[in-house]
Structure formats: C-alpha cells, structure tokens
Design a protein around this ligand. Structure first.
Ligand code: SF4
Length: 63
C-alpha cells in the first residue's frame, strides 16, 4: 500500500518512528523523513501501528 503523510499536520513527535523505524525517521532538524513510498509485507503491520499511533492523523495508507 502507498504511504502518504500530510506534512502540514505532522508535529514531529516521532511516534511513528517508534512504531516503524524502518519507514519513518526524524532528521537532525526534526523533519519527518518517509523512507519508503509503499509498504512491504514486512513493514505493513508496523506502518499500521504508526497510523494508529499518530495523534494528528497525518499518515494514511492507500491502495
Ligand atoms: S506520528 Fe504523526 S505527528 Fe508524529 S511524527 Fe509521525 S506523522 Fe508526524
């Protein structure tokens, strides 16, 4: 699935990085970097946890 982040909503609190560090990472300036455009079978469950954890509802998964 495609991973979409609304950077206008993101408040850089790193909760998604805690759930799926293989996909989400805050850089040195606390800007969220999304390291993959799509999930893989290995990352899908972690990314779903990141979606659920984001308090700003900034992450979406699309077909
Ligand atoms: S959990 Fe949401 S608000 Fe926090 S860094 Fe990730 S996308 Fe941004």
């Amino acid at each position: 699935m495609k991973i979409k982040v609304d950077f206008d909503l993101c408040e850089s609190n790193a909760l998604c990085e805690a759930m799926a560090p293989e996909v989400f990472e805050l850089d040195d300036d606390d800007f969220l970097v999304v390291k993959a455009e799509e999930t893989t079978p290995e990352t899908l469950e972690d990314v779903k946890r990141a979606v659920a954890a984001c308090p700003r509802a900034a992450i979406k998964l699309e077909d």
